[in-house]
Ligand binder design. Structure first.
Ligand code: NAP
Length: 278
């Protein structure tokens, strides 16, 4: 049976582990948090996992990681150095480290745990319901069968995309962070509906169901331009609305957003590299 230690199990760690467990319950999960309060809440959300906290047991991370096949690292990027440094002596050389941290390069993680193979992943939050996108970038030390096992585990959380680590900032810009852009659009559309006289409740219900429907249609026929053109009759309402988005520079806005997130990812890599390498 595969054993996963999830070190730092907050929003993203919980989303991933829940996605994995929803597809395969035959996995041992040991999850840790910093505070006892978070551990208590997590134990309620994830009854299949053994949950411990650093507040209650200073060795909780090392104990959870000992003998695990995969150690998922889900602490905030700037906490990674301290957490991994403390954990490294407890790791067996065969244990694969799986870092989900935005802006921490594998080469820097390797400084902290030189004996262990490292996989960098970049997930997004729909992973908790099996509809995430998870980029998978293993370093050269990771055995092919470990990559295969990890790919299969993560596929419970969503679409797994193999990438080179150098492509992670670009992926972050459209997918890791990209899910929030869709939420922002939904927020803006609800506000617009309210301005047009709808109640907030009605506007929210309609926008959420519209997003769901659009997503499902797009999944069936993954050509957004064709889908858009199919609903844009000449002289019609949709074309009038779309023209506003186009005139306001929607393509430039998306490009700038993707670039800003990718740039920030690289900037974080540099900042975290300085922290790790002193
Ligand atoms: N959120 C996203 O959409 C997203 C997307 C892609 C990647 N990521 C990456 O995922 C990672 C986690 O982000 P998040 O949003 O899930 O943060 P989060 O919700 O704050 O979760 C962090 C978790 O780490 C725990 N923790 C802190 N220090 C610890 C320690 N020394 N030992 C064990 N656990 C410790 C926290 O416990 P307490 O609750 O007790 O403090 C919490 O459970 C980050 O590296 C981030 O870059 C996030």
């Amino acid at each position: 049976m595969t054993t996963i230690a999830s070190i730092g199990t907050g929003n993203m760690g919980t989303a991933l582990i829940q996605g994995i467990l929803s597809a395969d319950e035959n996995i041992t999960v040991r999850a840790t948090t910093n505070s006892a309060a978070s551990a208590k809440r997590l134990a309620g959300e994830m009854p299949q996992a053994t949950v411990t906290s650093v507040e209650e047991d200073a060795d909780a991370n090392a104990t959870a990681a000992t003998g695990a096949d995969f150690v998922f690292l889900g602490v905030k990027p700037w906490m990674m150095a301290d957490a991994l440094r403390a954990l490294a002596p407890a790791l067996e050389p065969t244990t694969v480290l799986v870092s989900m941290a935005a802006g921490v390069a594998s080469a820097d993680l390797a400084q902290l745990a030189p004996q262990n193979p490292i996989v960098r992943i970049m997930p997004n939050t729909p992973s908790s319901i099996g509809h995430g996108v998870i980029a998978l970038a293993p370093d050269a030390e990771v055995a092919a069968d470990s990559v295969e096992t990890l790919r299969s585990l993560l596929s419970g959380a969503g679409l797994v995309v193999d990438l080179d680590e150098s492509q992670i900032p670009a992926m972050t810009g459209i997918s890791g962070s990209g899910v929030a852009y869709f939420f922002l659009l939904a927020e803006a559309m609800i506000a617009a509906g309210v301005k047009q006289g709808l109640s907030e409740d009605a506007a929210r219900q309609m926008v959420v169901a519209t997003a769901d429907g659009a997503g499902r249609l797009l999944t069936r026929k993954p050509d957004p331009a064709a889908q858009r053109k199919a609903v844009s009759s000449k002289g019609g309402t949709t074309l009038a609305g779309l023209q506003e988005f186009i005139d306001a520079g929607i393509f430039d806005i998306a490009e700038a957003a993707a670039q800003a997130a990718a740039d920030r990812s690289l900037e974080m890599e540099r900042e975290n590299s300085e922290v790790i390498n002193g």
